[in-house]
Design a binder for this molecule. Structure first.
Ligand SMILES: NC(=O)c1ccc[n+]([C@@H]2O[C@H](COP(=O)([O-])OP(=O)(O)OC[C@H]3O[C@@H](n4cnc5c(N)ncnc54)[C@H](OP(=O)(O)O)[C@@H]3O)[C@@H](O)[C@H]2O)c1
Length: 244
């Protein structure tokens, strides 16, 4: 079955002005989807919108009223919850709880809010659909320094599993992807350091970080009809790191 089954399907991509989100928008547009590109800053959305023709829909996903107002009259067939907040690198002993709250507000609560309002229109349309939550390898194994980020992404994976149960009867599939490091501004400040990068990659079977396209590909696959029988999974895109 071909993956390019997105004709006439509208897919909302949050975090569309970011590295991975931008790659997802490009791949979905190439696959024939009608793409709505979202982020909090309208200015930072301009480049991907101009490049791909995706429709911009800026909103701050930490605000329930903003998410509701943005989505209530915008029917979608699919969603990629890709917006994210990297937080800080900190031991539990030094965790900044404001950072913890922000990680939960964006990575967990924000994705739940988008799921809440988008799934209403998906159910109303009665055409099924698919949601992909962009989680992290940090949700699957303990990673030093990632206390708040990991907690927010593990909770996101729980949202994936429960949403898959609840939305499955409407033909809506919900999955997570759990990528390893991609060198975007979110990650470069930490994972780009030689003393962090080398020991990490020495532990990874494929021995290199992922590209934005290598993360976007499995996201588009999980959205597509090629994954028609896959729901509730958390799919590592990690060069084998979490298989150890
Ligand atoms: N990079 C990695 O190594 C890596 C690895 C595993 C998983 N991930 C996950 O992959 C996703 C994308 O990562 P990335 O590196 O591509 O991120 P990025 O380049 O830093 O982009 C982050 C995106 O999230 C949006 N965003 C942040 N806060 C928001 C808010 N309150 N409301 C609406 N939008 C908001 C940003 O838009 P504005 O700037 O306009 O707010 C931007 O579009 C994230 O969920 C991240 O946790 C990344």
């Amino acid at each position: 079955m071909a993956m390019s089954t997105f004709d006439h399907r509208t897919v909302l991509v949050t975090g569309a002005s970011g590295g991975i989100g931008g790659a997802v928008v490009r791949m979905l547009v190439e696959s024939g989807a009608d793409v709505i590109a979202s982020a909090s800053s309208p200015d930072r959305l301009e480049a991907i919108v101009a490049e791909t023709g995706a429709r911009p829909l800026p909103f701050d996903l930490t605000s329930e009223s903003a998410v509701r107002d943005a989505l209530q009259d915008v029917p979608v067939w699919g969603v990629v919850n890709c917006a994210g907040f990297g937080g800080e690198i900190s031991a539990p002993t030094d965790a900044d709880l404001d950072v913890f709250d922000q990680a939960i507000a964006v990575n967990t609560r924000g994705a739940l809010l988008v799921t809440k309002y988008a799934s209403r229109s998906m159910i109303a349309a009665g055409r099924g659909g698919a949601i992909v939550n962009v989680s992290s390898q940090a949700a699957l194994v303990g990673l030093t320094g990632h206390i708040s980020y990991a907690a927010s992404k593990a909770a996101l994976d729980s949202i994936t599993r429960v949403s898959a149960l609840e939305l499955g009867p409407y033909g809506i599939r919900v999955n997570s992807v759990n990528p390893t490091v991609v060198m975007t501004p979110m990650s470069a400040f930490y994972w780009g350091r030689e003393e962090i990068q080398k020991p990490f990659l020495d532990q990874m079977p494929l021995g290199r970080y992922a590209t934005e396209e290598e993360v976007a590909g499995p996201i588009v696959f999980l959205l597509s009809d090629a994954a028609a029988m896959i729901s509730g999974v958390c799919l590592p895109i990690d060069g084998g790191y979490t298989s150890r």
